[in-house]
Structure formats: C-alpha cells, structure tokens
Design a protein. Structure first.
Length: 754
C-alpha cells in the first residue's frame, strides 16, 4: 500500500511540475547568438533555424541596442551564454535605422509551436496515460519502474522547450533526464526479465550507474567540473548507452533460449528503444561530441521518443506485456470522450473570458478540463455500479450484461471456466459478495456450505430445483444454473447493501442461468464425446486418431501457457516478496526457503517445456531431440544416444509431423526409464523424400511373454502405435525376453501421407 501511495504521489507531482513548466513557456525561442565588437556594441553572429530571430528576418551583423529597454550588457543571459532569450522587446540597429520588436508567439513559425509546445505537451499526456494505466492495473515491480521512466521522459521533454530558451529549471530537467532515463529503462528490463525468471547481470550494476550519473549531475549543476557542460553530458550519455547496449545484447542472447513469446517481447522492446534513441544518439549526440556539429536538429531527433509510449500502449492493449486488456479498452473509450468534450469547452472558455490567445495558456486550460472530465467519467462509472439498483432501473443495462456474458462464453473451453464467468458477471452487475457455487446430489451438498447460507439451505426442496429457480432468505439468495456430472449446480450469493433482488434482477438472473445451463450441457456433450473417442481410438479410423493427437497438442500448449503466465508468475512474485521483506531472521532458514522456491520454479519451467518444447518450432526437430537426450542422460543412469543418418532432412516435414516424431521418441524414452531396466538406449533416425524411419533399441528385459496387446497397453506402447498408424505408418516390435536381448522397434511412416 505504501508503494501505491508513493507512486501515485510521484505521478501527481510530475503533473504539477508539468503544469509549472508549461506556464513558464510564455516566451518564444529567439535563437539569436551575439558577440561584442570593438565599440562595445553587441551584434548578431548567428540565428537558430526555428528561432524567433530567424522567422522575423533578423540578420547577421545587426546591432542590438536594447533588450527589454536595457543595454544588452546588463542582460544576464547575454552575459553568460552570448545569446538572446526570454526577452519581450528588442531594439535593433540596421544601417543606422533603429527598429523595436515586440516578441511573442504571434510572430513565430508554426514549426516552433509544434516542436516546443504541441509535441512536448502531447508526449506528456501520452506518457501520463500509460503511467495511469499501469498504476491502475499493475501486476509487478517492472510496472512501477516503467511509470518512473515514462514520467521522467515526459517532464524531460517539456523541460527541453525551456532548456533551449536557457531557463535554469529547463536545463536541470534535461540534464537529469539525459543521464537517468537510460538507466531507468535498463532497470525496467531487469525487473521485467527477472519476473520471467531470467537474470543475467547483478542489480548492483544498476546502483553503481545511478550513483555515477547522480555525481555527474551534481558536478555539472554546481559547476564542479571545469569542462564544457554540453560535452561532459554527451560523453557520459554515450558511455551509459554503450554499457546498456552491451547488457541488453547479452540479455537478448539469453532470451533466445527461453519461450518464443518472451523472445518476441524482448526483441520488440529492444527495437522500440533503438528507434526512439538512435536518431538522437547517432545523428546528434555522437557528431556533436566528435565533430562539434550535428546531422539533425535536436528537436527533431527528440521527437522519435514518441515511439516509446505508443509501442508500450500497444503492448498493453494487446495483452502482450501485462494482462490488463479489459481495463484499457474502457480507459481508451473514456479518453476519447474526454478529448472530444474538452475541445469545445476550451473554445467556449476563450469565447466567454476573451483572454489573449497563447498556446501556453491554452494548455493550462485544456489539461485541467481534460483531467476533470476523465476523472468524472470514472466517478460516474463507479456510482452507476454502486447506486444503479437503488436509484433507478435500466433494462438496457441488463441487456448489455447478457450480450457481454454471451460473448465471454465463446472463449470458455471447460465447465469450470463457464461457472467462473457466471460468477464474475454476478459480482460485477449485482455488486454481490461471497458468490460461490456448490454441487447438490439428491438434496445433499457435495461440499460444506458457508454458515451464512445455512438458513437458505433449509428452504431448498430438491424436487423444486430447476434451471433459473431463485430462492431468497433475507439478503442471501441461490439459483440453479444447470447440471454437472449429474449433479445440480447451485450458486449462492449475498447482496452487499442488505436488500433483496427486485423483479428486473430476478428476470436477468434467470436468463443468465439459462445461458449458463445451455453452455454447460453443450460442454458436457463435447467432453463426453472426447472421452469416448479416447477410449475407442484403437478401433477408429486414422483421421480420428490424428484429430485427437492434434487436439491434445493444442491443449498441451494452452496448459503450458496458463501455467507459465499465472501459477509460475505468482510463485516468482511470492519469492520476491520474501526477498524484499526478509521474513526470516535466520540466514540458514531464508537460504533453505529460497532454494525450495528455486527448485519449484525450475520444476514448473521443466513441466512447461515438456508440455510444449520451445526448441521444436524455434530451432528444429534435431535440436529438440538432442536436448531431450541430454536431459534424459542427466536425470537417469541410462545412456541415451541418438544417431542421425546422412538421409536426415527435416525440412521435408510439416509441423504436425515433427510433433508426432518428438512425442513418439519422448514416450519411448519414458517407457525405457520406467520398464526396460536397460543401461543403454539407442535411436536411429533417417528421413528421405518418401518416408521417415525410426529404429529404437535397448538392452533391457524386453517385453514379457504374455499377451502382447495387454503388455503394450500397460507400458504405454499402444498410444505410440496408434499415433504412428494415424499417419499411415507401421510399427514392428522384436523382443527375446528369455535371452535378455532387450527390445527393438522399427517404425516407418510415408511422408506422402502427411
């Protein structure tokens, strides 16, 4: 909770700081470089391309007589930087003709407005949008670090428009951002990959980088280093980027060995960083450092950091980074509504108040109105949920719920997920508490009900139970939603505000129960059909066997993904909490517990890899099989070897065929470990354009001298045989149990049948 408050406070402070920076941005960037001549007059030596002087036809050689009514020598910025900035009036002498200019935003180019006002404000809004989204839906530490990173970039971009005008606060903000932001990104990558179980460098490197850059920042700010500030900052920036690039490249090589989704995610984040900083690094910073010039204007190179919040928002909305997709859809909708209504309200403010139009004041009116509308939409949504039933009844609200629930049912693939979807819908719409479901067999609950539902249970008559039947006792209620394994399924719940269900809720809840009942019946039929197919697959045609095989592979992938994305992440988070909180005082106890967690995490990862081997599709069949042989040799006393003939060309195989071969060899190895009592197992593989051939041999006890079909069934060989035959292949066993010559199996499958 403390972290949440601190993080929210940080976001709030950055918003206030951003408003302050915008309010200071009241004068345009002038971009006039001056020098003193022999007559002690200041004359123009150069003009910045987007500056006020460039757009108002100030020329090199013009003599500056007055700045804000005073001699240029009295101007602090001219004295310190030999530039003219932050001025409101300026008197120029050209060819003995003096002219006084009024300096404001009405006399600058649209490009300066775009680069120094519009883009920084828009970027800060995008960064804050991303931060608020993460704050509302965060799952782990990396989300916090990403918030710090995006908010720092946001205020840094706003500070850059003041930095170019030589405001001290702008210069300090840009210096701090330039040094700290790259390390924050590395910190985010470190935490994100650690949550996935991958660590390839010590956290101490982050701490040393933070310490080093803070010392540089303090030295530059208080002028402790007698070197050009710009050159020092760019040199340190390039050094940090070099270190970070080397660390990230090492991480990329390590991510290649993990699952495909993580590798794709890591590659996308690296690509995002490269696109965002490459123009500034290689076209501005590096040329400035080496050649004292640049190939691109700084304001143009900085604009590429827009790629960061856009891509991260994309990763969030697609659910690839964190599982918060539903909330983001709602947030996107509210943002569009707030933006649409903010524009006319801001225009109405200018029509009624009639202030002098400036982009800075427009930003000061736009941001508060936009923020108030956005917060108001969320407050309205909350009040609707809490007070909808007591204040008013809207039939369309329940119709929308039924439509939403029917859409959710399309994504469910088992009876438990259907019941959980029903439970979530009730909790969301009725604001119900302690919603649970129980199975009832002939009037007896199979699970013990909560004490609060005992009075309600006494009212239940088994003969009266039917789908949609609602029974109430006080503020508690129950409803029958269908049958599961020949038992009635009843949902129990309690209304939070102490009331009873009204007539509209009765009708909605009964309809929801009918939807659930139909889904449960259909799912039960599908599950029964799959069970029958599995039981009778030996007598079925080949296409059914292959269908079952493909279906089982898909289920393996889903199961591995679910374990990796839910259970494994929770274990990793629990381990981190223990590391952070130091729950045990004795070091030995803590180390033992940490080792147990490491073992559990390793076992889960190994289970995921066995369910869906990542190397099979990423590297190929041969590499996946060699990895399988290596693991079997490590965990058993049997010597597993694999021989691949010159006629092995896996490019001839489809993905389905590769999975069949891998699963066949995997099951053969498992059977050898369990039943063979062998000390050597050898497989030989060959693939031609016509067929695939696998020869298996072990020096174990072979097959017993009883019914071979019964033995094959007990040892799991029947599954291998059916799988091979489903691909049009044949399998032969040869064994001599009395002579202890082991087991030889020859498999041939025509490739043309795939």
């Amino acid at each position: 909770m403390k972290k949440n408050i601190n993080l929210l406070l940080f976001i709030f402070i950055t918003i206030l700081f951003a408003v302050y920076l915008i309010s200071q941005n009241s004068n345009p960037h002038m971009g006039i470089h001056v020098a003193k001549n022999e007559q002690d007059d200041f004359y123009v030596t150069g003009l910045a391309e987007l500056g006020w002087g460039w757009s108002n036809e100030i020329e090199s050689g013009d003599v500056i007589k007055l700045i804000d009514g005073e001699h240029p020598a009295n101007n602090k910025i001219v004295d310190q930087y030999s530039r003219i900035e932050q001025a409101q009036t300026m008197t120029v002498n050209r060819n003995r003709v003096e002219r006084t200019y009024q300096i404001d935003y009405s006399t600058i180019t649209l490009q300066q407005v775009l680069f120094y006002l519009v883009l920084p404000i828009l970027y800060f809004v995008l960064a804050t949008l991303l931060s608020l989204t993460l704050y509302r839906n965060y799952t782990n530490k990396s989300a916090f670090v990403l918030i710090y990173f995006m908010q720092l970039l946001g205020v840094g971009y706003l500070g850059s428009s003041l930095s170019v005008k030589l405001f001290p606060i702008g210069l300090m903000t840009v210096d701090f951002t330039l040094l700290i932001a790259p390390i924050l990104f590395l910190h985010f990558i470190y935490d994100y990959m650690k949550e996935k179980g991958i660590v390839w460098f010590s956290r101490k490197i982050l701490y040393w980088l933070y310490l080093f850059t803070l010392l540089i920042f303090i030295s530059v700010t208080f002028e402790l280093i007698q070197l050009p500030t710009k050159q020092v900052l760019l040199a340190v920036f390039m050094m940090i980027i070099t270190i970070i690039s080397w660390l990230l490249f090492k991480g990329f090589k390590l991510a290649k060995t993990e699952d495909r989704d993580l590798q794709s995610m890591y590659r996308m984040m690296l690509r995002t960083l490269m696109i965002a900083i490459a123009p500034y690094t290689f076209l501005y910073a590096l040329p400035n450092l080496i050649l004292n010039t640049s190939f691109i204007r700084s304001e143009l190179s900085i604009a590429f950091i827009f790629y960061l919040p856009i891509i991260f928002l994309y990763l969030l909305t697609t659910g690839k980074m964190y599982l918060i997709k539903i909330h983001i859809k709602q947030l996107s909708y509210y943002l569009v509504l707030a933006f649409i209504f903010t524009l006319p309200l801001s225009g109405l403010y200018y029509l009624l108040a009639k202030p002098e139009f400036q982009f800075s004041t427009f930003g000061l009116s736009f941001i508060p109105i936009f923020s108030i509308l956005l917060i108001g939409l969320y407050v309205k949504n909350y009040l609707d949920r809490r007070l909808r039933v007591t204040l008013f009844v809207d039939k369309n609200y329940y119709q929308e719920s039924l439509y939403r629930f029917s859409e959710h049912l399309k994504d469910q693939n088992n009876t438990v997920s259907i019941l959980r979807a029903f439970q979530r819908e009730i909790e969301d719409v009725l604001n119900a508490e302690d919603v649970r479901y129980y199975q009832m067999d002939q009037g007896r609950l199979l699970d013990t009900a909560e004490q609060s539902y005992q009075a309600l249970l006494k009212k239940i008559q088994p003969k009266q139970l039917h789908v949609g039947k609602i029974i109430q006792s006080g503020r508690t209620w129950c409803i029958t939603v269908g049958r599961k394994a020949n038992d009635d399924v009843l949902f129990f719940g309690t209304l939070a505000d102490g009331r009873r269900l009204n007539s509209e809720e009765h009708e909605w809840l009964a309809t929801l129960a009918y939807y659930t009942s139909v889904s449960l019946e259909n799912m039960a039929k599908i599950e029964d059909l799959l069970i029958q197919l599995s039981q009778n697959q030996a007598s079925q045609s080949n296409w059914i066997n292959r269908l079952i095989f493909n279906w089982s592979e898909n289920e393996r992938k889903k199961l591995a993904s679910d374990i990796h994305d839910s259970f494994l992440q929770k274990v990793i988070l629990l381990k981190r909490k223990i590391d952070d909180n130091h729950l045990f005082s004795k070091d030995s106890s803590r180390k033992a517990l940490e080792q147990d967690f490491e073992d559990i995490i390793f076992d889960i990862r190994e289970t995921c890899r066995e369910l869906t081997p990542p190397l099979l599709m990423e590297v190929g069949l041969e590499a996946a099989l060699r990895e399988l042989v290596k693991k079997c040799n490590l965990r058993t006393n049997i010597l597993f070897t694999m021989r691949i003939t010159d006629f092995f060309n896996e490019n001839l195989l489809s993905s389905e065929y590769k999975h069949m071969i891998f699963r066949t060899i995997q099951e053969l190895f498992n059977n050898a470990i369990k039943h063979s009592h062998a000390d050597k197992v050898t497989i030989t593989l060959s693939i031609t354009e016509e067929q695939f051939e696998l020869i298996y041999f072990d020096n174990g006890v072979g097959l017993p001298e009883k019914n071979h079909q019964e033995v094959e069934k007990q040892m799991g060989l029947i599954g291998i045989k059916n799988r091979i035959e489903s691909f049009g292949g044949m399998i032969l066993f040869h064994t001599e149990p009395k002579s202890n010559k082991g087991l030889e199996m020859v498999t041939k499958v025509p490739i043309t049948d795939v």
